[in-house]
Design a protein around this ligand. Sequence first.
Ligand code: EPZ
Length: 430
Amino acid sequence: MDQFRIEGGHRLEGRVTIGGAKNAALPAMAAALLTDKRIELHNIPRVRDILTMRSLLDELGVDSSLKHEREGNCLVIQARTPPDPVAAYELVKQMRASVLVLGPLLARLGHARVSLPGGCAIGARPINLHLKGLEKLGATVNIQHGYVEARVDRLRGDLIQFDTITVTGTENLMMAATLAEGTTVLENAAVEPEVQDLAALLIAMGAKIDGLGSPTIRIQGVTRLAGAKHTIIPDRIEAGTFMVAAAITGGHLVLDRTEPRHLTAVIAKLAEVGVQIARVKSRGQGPGFEALEVRGTPPFRAADMVTQEYPGFPTDMQAQYMALATQGSGSSVITETIFENRYLHALELARMGADITVDGRRAVVRGPTPLSGANVQASDLRASASLVLAGLAADGESVVDRVYHIDRGYERIEEKLNRVGAKISRVSQG
Ligand code: EPZ
C-alpha cells in the first residue's frame, strides 16, 4: 500500500487543471449498457474508480477503450451484444457505485444479479430506495446470498417518491425509466450537477426527460436508445479541495477547467471565512470550463457549516472544510446531515494538533491551532484529502497511510500539488 510523505509549510502558487467529475463519469459509463450503440465520453478523469467501473463493464462483456486527450481522457464504450447480467462481489465490494449497473441491466435485459455493496467507512449506505423504486416499476426483487436478483418482462412507468434524497438512487431509476413502458415520475429526486449531467447524456441518447435540476423528474419511456457523444462536467469536489489547499497554505492558485456555478455554496463559505476567490479567464476549452483564482492568508474567521444536498454545502467537502476550520479564529460548528459516521478524519487531524470535539452529527473545531506533522491514516476518500491538506499546512513531515483511498477520486494528486510548490513523495509500501 502506498503512503504520502508530506513536508509541510510550503505555500502553493501557480495553476492547476481540474479533471472531469468522477461522480458524473461513473453513471455515464453505466448508461452505456442501455444501448448497443457507441457511447463516447470526454473529460474522463483517470482515477481508480473509473478503472474499477471499466473492469466491471469488461466482466459484463462490454468492451471499452480509454485514450488520452489534450484535456482529460476519452472513453468509448459499446455494449454491442446484450451484456452479461451478473455483477460479482469481487468488484462491487471495491466500489459501491457498481450498483449503478443494476437499473440499466434490468431495463436492457429484464434481468440483473448484482452483489449487494457492503457497508462503508462513512455509513451503512443501504440501497433500499433503489430496490423499492425498481419494484414500483414492476420488477421482482429478491435478496439472497448477498446478491440482489431482479427480474421483469418490461419495466412499466409509475410514480416513485424517494423517502430520502439519494444521488445514485435517482440515477439508477432515471436510467431504468428511460426504457420503461409509459411515463415515470421521480419525486424528491436528487438535483446534484452529476445527476443533471447524466440526464443530459441520456437525452443525447434519445431519452425523453423533463424537470432537469428540479426535485421532480419526468421520464417518458422509449423502446431503444441511440449512441451519443458527451463531455463530463468538471469535478466540483476536486476543485473545492484545491481551493482549500490554496487557502490553508496561505497560497495563490488559479484552477482551470472548473464550473463555478456548481460551487456556489463552497465559494460562499470559503469567502465567509476570509478566502479571496475570483472568476478569471480559463486556459481550458469553451463554455462550462471557467477558472477560479483563490488566495488565502491564515488565520481565517471561524464559521459554522451544515452539509446539505445540492445546492447546499456538499458532504464530500466536509472533511476538507474541517481541515481549514482548524486555522479559523474561534469555534466552527460543523453538522454532517447526510452520513452518520463521516468524522473519522477528526481523530487523525487531532493527532496533528487540531482541537475538535465530535458529538454525533456535530463536530466543534476550535482554532487556530498550529498543526504538526504526524503519521496519520486515511479511512475514506475525502478523509484522506483532508489529511493531505492538513499535512501541507503542518510544521514538519506528515506520513499519510493508505493513499489508495485518495487515488479513487483524485488523479495523481501529489503530482498536481508538487507542480505548484508542495513537497510530497509517494512511497510504495509493497
Ligand atoms: C453519492 O453517493 C456520491 N457517490 C457520494 O460521493 C456522495 O457523498 C453522496 O452521493 C451524497 O452526495 C457517487 O455519486 C458515486 P446517497 P450515494 O444515496 O448515492 C441514504 C465520494 O466521496 N440512502 O445520496 O451512495 C444514505 O445512507 C462519494 O465521491 C438510503 O438510506 O449517496 C445516505 O445517508 C462518497 N437508502 C443518504 O441517503 C438508499 O437506498 C444519501 O445517500 C440510498 C441512500
